[in-house]
Design a protein around this ligand. Structure first.
Ligand SMILES: *[C@@H]1O[C@H](CO)[C@@H](O)[C@H](O)[C@H]1NC(C)=O
Ligand SMILES: *[C@@H]1O[C@H](CO)[C@@H](O)[C@H](O)[C@H]1NC(C)=O
Ligand SMILES: *[C@@H]1O[C@H](CO)[C@@H](O)[C@H](O)[C@H]1NC(C)=O
Ligand SMILES: *[C@@H]1O[C@H](CO)[C@@H](O)[C@H](O)[C@H]1NC(C)=O
Ligand SMILES: *[C@@H]1O[C@H](CO)[C@@H](O)[C@H](O)[C@H]1NC(C)=O
Ligand SMILES: *[C@@H]1O[C@H](CO)[C@@H](O)[C@H](O)[C@H]1NC(C)=O
Length: 501
């Protein structure tokens, strides 16, 4: 037993209690995604952080602990932190491993982010607040600083990864239509080749399954986000996630619904990349097409094992340009930000979006949040708080909210009415100089029922048939009306929305 517990250095400590959170538990939640190095410093100072340098800016797990109020005040009840294990220390031509995706030692923590005790304290502090911890994990590859034959395999730890035969023979991925090429050739570039672990080797599989089990136990993780899922054979995943024994959401970086749907057979959930592309295109431009978003979502609803409830929906992340790098019209921003909170999957918000960050491609989309001052009364922060509160109210008010897939009651190029009873979201992409209106017959409300718009806090009444007609006006950052019932507190009383849980 001692051997089992201490198989990993990081397992040589007592395990922390986990909530044993189920998929249903996660579906009630909303997730704040953060890059540990860029979220908060231990001592609360605000060092300059030049994203273009791709170097450590010294955010830590202690820093995250110190800013949990900021996250919770927006209504989030889960965080997803960037990978925690030790990475290569070199400053490469691609910069440093501040993002955490360049694993060198699976059994040690990244000392830049703190100690084992710090990460455990983050976990227990989250749990005291009834919040969940999701840890990002990478098992497809290990990061090196030279290509074979110069690659030093013995720099990797543990010993299970210390020889070339523990890896697939070197070849770059060149053909994304060839799944063997995708799974067995290498990601990365010649500055930082990502040595592709031989996940066909039974002893490596045994090691990784034990590793994820211990990582989850030792740090009391409630869920894992899995990197580069499509780069490992599909039948690797069921035993891996069973060993983790917590909710898993995978990154299958592909916009094709049928392709991604295969991974819904082997994971609890997938990041909603197929909807991400039409989402950003639809709201990214007043001539974008909202009906394309609707069509994608409808395809996903029928293609995924458990429908779109098994997705995590996002507008931004660490790998894509922030929305405001290509569209700053605040009406479009507010509409686009609303989508993840009114759809079937778990809403995910990438840190900094609420502060209006505009970074484009990696590395510019990984700004230090401390430079924002963590202001809580900015319009987008308030918008996020409202969206979380409205979603929590919907979850709390109806046993069917999470189990019933949304329907589109209006679908045009420029307007959507998204019905997920008791919530009805009215979205448009006309921008701040438009005055969109929606006429939604049979929206499912009671005759004459009073509804409240979580964005404007205005009320309106359903018509005799339970339909809704509404208009929103230009300029004001309230183009989207998010209606829900029952009438609850509105406006700034949502500040304490987490106490509704
Ligand atoms: C981070 O810490 C290191 C080591 O103390 C220091 O050299 C570096 O300047 C710090 N970076 C920033 C952005 O403050
Ligand atoms: C390879 O890595 C090991 C372990 O870090 C180190 O001891 C050794 O010096 C390295 N070899 C070369 C050639 O850099
Ligand atoms: C697919 O990729 C693998 C690995 O690179 C390669 O061996 C195989 O020849 C490729 N198959 C085809 C049909 O190109
Ligand atoms: C991992 O490596 C260690 C040390 O060499 C070894 O004892 C253990 O059996 C390996 N684990 C697996 C699953 O191969
Ligand atoms: C998964 O685990 C079971 C039980 O240990 C084993 O029989 C099966 O071969 C494993 N599947 C894969 C694909 O490794
Ligand atoms: C918006 O779409 C139009 C028509 O497709 C295109 O010409 C224009 O460049 C787009 N604007 C932006 C900001 O992408």
């Amino acid at each position: 037993m001692i051997y089992v517990l201490c198989r990993l250095l990081l397992a040589c400590f007592l395990s922390l209690p986990v909530f044993a959170a189920s998929a249903q538990d996660w579906q009630k939640r909303s997730i704040y995604q953060l890059v540990t190095d860029r979220f908060a410093t231990s001592d609360g100072t605000s060092p300059a952080c030049d994203t273009s340098k791709r170097e450590y800016c010294n955010g830590t797990w202690q820093g995250v602990i110190g800013k949990l109020d900021y996250i919770q005040n927006m209504g989030f009840d889960a965080i997803w932190i960037s990978p925690v294990v030790a990475n290569i220390e070199e400053t490469t031509a691609d910069g440093q491993a501040y993002h955490g995706y360049w694993t060198e030692d699976q059994n040690s923590l990244n000392p830049h982010f703190g100690t084992s005790d710090d990460l455990k304290l983050l976990s227990t502090t989250l749990h005291e607040r009834s919040m969940y911890l999701m840890i990002d994990v990478v098992v497809n590859h290990m990061a090196a600083t030279a290509l074979p034959p110069n690659l030093n395999y013995s720099a990797f730890a543990p010993a299970n990864f210390s020889k070339s035969s523990d890896f697939h023979p070197f070849c770059w991925i060149t053909d994304y239509s060839n799944q063997t090429n995708v799974e067995q050739c290498w990601l990365g570039d010649s500055n930082v080749p990502l040595a592709d672990v031989d996940t066909e080797d039974p002893s490596i599989v045994t090691f990784l399954n034990g590793w994820i089990h211990d990582l989850v136990q030792v740090y009391g993780a409630d869920g894992i986000r899995i990197d580069t899922v499509k780069h490992i054979r599909k039948d690797f995943w069921p035993n891996f996630t069973a060993s983790a024994a917590v909710w898993s959401i995978g990154e299958v970086l592909d916009g094709d619904v049928q392709y991604v749907s295969q991974y819904t057979e082997v994971l609890d959930a997938v990041l909603d990349y197929p909807a991400f592309y039409p989402l950003t295109a639809a709201f990214g431009n007043t001539s974008g097409d909202l009906s394309a978003l609707a069509q994608t979502v409808q395809k996903e609803q029928s293609a995924y094992r458990l429908g779109t409830s098994m997705t995590g929906s996002f507008l931004e992340n660490q790998d894509n340009p922030r929305f405001q790098s290509f569209q700053t019209d605040q009406a479009l921003v507010l509409n686009a930000m609303t989508w993840p909170f009114v759809q079937d999957g778990v809403p995910i918000l990438y840190y900094g979006q609420e502060q209006g960050y505009t970074g484009a491609n990696d590395p510019y989309n990984r700004e230090a949040l401390w430079l924002s001052g963590y202001e809580e009364d900015k319009p987008l922060v308030i918008h996020v708080r409202m969206l979380n509160a409205a979603r929590k109210a919907a979850v709390a008010s109806s046993g069917n909210f999470l189990s019933t897939q949304l329907t589109f009651l209006t679908t045009t190029k420029n307007a959507l009415a998204v019905s997920k009873p008791p919530m009805l979201a009215l979205l448009s992409n006309g921008g701040s100089s438009s005055n969109p209106s929606w006429s939604v017959p049979n929206a499912g409300y009671k005759s004459g029922e009073t509804l409240i718009d979580a964005v404007s806090c205005n009320t309106l009444k359903a018509d005799k048939q339970g339909g809704v007609s509404a208009q929103s006006f230009n300029g004001t950052p309230k183009v989207n009306s998010l209606l829900y019932r029952p009438i609850g507190p509105c406006s700034h009383s949502f500040r304490t929305s987490h106490s509704l849980l």
